[in-house]
Design a protein around this ligand. Structure first.
Ligand code: FES
Length: 349
């Protein structure tokens, strides 16, 4: 997802770094957003899609894949590389997972989930409670990470970030593009789909587990594999994406498109309060937390999914006050997961 811009004040070291970073890659960020606009925005698909879990496979330590089919068989809605499903779990939680099967596959969808012991519970529910034959409901597919047609690509995946990247690699291969894949992770045992990746042309793939190199890869090290003029598509943890952004101007690549699988950091946050109009309660949001987190403490049922400002699940109408926008909420809506009040705000919640 497009990373948020830092707010304009603050002197702490990391904040200064992010401001420098923002200046260094400002043009790249524009290219990223412009490319996305060319490909069209993600569109919500609001109808429920009942699915049955037809197969569960262990793909790596703590990672399982789910094959999802229509309960009665039949084709599923079409999708493009980069697309994801909103999965509505039996507990009521909603989580988003990239489609990682072959592009164009309509009989089954495949998603992969890493179990996060300290997470909010969605991945534990999938790992610990769901079995083959169980039914779930999904919405989508929709695409917030569109894959734009080009001649050359560098794909960079970190761990479970391989999921949106795999269909892109296959599509690039089918189109006859010049491509390279760099796949990083803590160890080979933790990296899903290494078997499938082993079937790709070895001269185009670099597997780089931290355990075999001692340290995580720097952005420049990853970008050194880019064909000249390549578009870079990356999905992985925040430090990997940040390092790529920082080192991109010194590389031969021409643009960076990225998706993270964690919430963006809060840069130079300021405290504010949110009045929840329906209950009359007021919640104080500290400088280092999101409104969604603060509201979640008094209202655990508050809905969310991506925590990055793009899926729309946490958007609520803004009744008063002004917000510093970080997500894709439009009009009078506010994205509780990323937007921040410029002062006290009130929302219809
Ligand atoms: S949780 Fe997705 S936009 Fe806030």
């Amino acid at each position: 997802m497009a990373e948020t811009r830092p707010e304009p004040t603050g002197t702490a070291g990391p904040n200064r770094l992010m401001r420098v970073l923002d200046r260094v890659v400002g043009g790249v960020e524009w290219l990223h957003r412009n490319s996305r606009r060319d490909a069209g925005p993600a569109r919500a698909v609001d109808h429920d899609l009942p699915l049955v879990i037809s197969e569960i496979r262990a793909e790596a330590d703590g990672v399982r894949s789910l094959r999802l089919s229509r309960p009665g068989g039949g084709p599923l809605p079409a999708w493009q590389p980069g697309a994801h499903l909103d999965v509505l779990l039996p507990s009521g939680r909603t989580r988003q997972y990239s489609l990682c099967g072959p592009p164009g596959e309509r009989r089954h969808y495949r998603i992969a989930v890493r179990r996060l012991a300290e997470g909010a519970g969605g991945s534990r529910e999938i790992h610990d409670e769901l079995c083959e034959g169980d039914r779930i409901v999904a919405r989508g597919p929709r695409n917030a990470f569109p894959f734009v047609r080009g001649r050359s690509y560098l794909f960079v995946a970190g761990g479970i970030g391989i999921t949106p990247i795999l269909p892109m690699v296959r599509a690039a291969r089918t189109r006859g593009a010049d491509w390279r894949l760099v796949y990083t992770g803590r160890s080979r045992a933790s990296m899903p789909f290494l078997g499938e990746i082993g079937d790709l042309p070895a001269e185009r793939v670099w597997i780089r587990p931290d355990t075999e190199f001692g340290v995580p890869a720097a952005g420049g090290e990853l970008l050194a594999h880019a064909p000249p003029g390549a578009a870079v598509y990356a999905c992985g943890p925040v430090p990997m994406i940040t390092s790529l952004r920082l080192d991109l101007p010194g590389s031969t690549a021409r643009g960076l498109h990225w998706e993270r699988f964690s919430a963006p950091p809060i840069i130079d946050g300021r405290a504010f309060s949110v009045e929840l109009a329906r209950s009359g309660r007021t919640v104080e949001v500290p400088a280092d937390r999101t409104a969604l987190d603060a509201i979640g403490e008094v209202m655990p049922e508050v809905a969310y999914s991506c925590r990055q400002g793009f899926c729309g699940t946490c958007h609520v109408p803004l009744l008063s006050g002004q917000v510093r926008r970080r997500g894709r909420a439009r009009g009078d809506d506010v994205a509780l997961c990323v937007d921040r009040g410029r002062g006290p705000i009130a929302v219809d919640l």
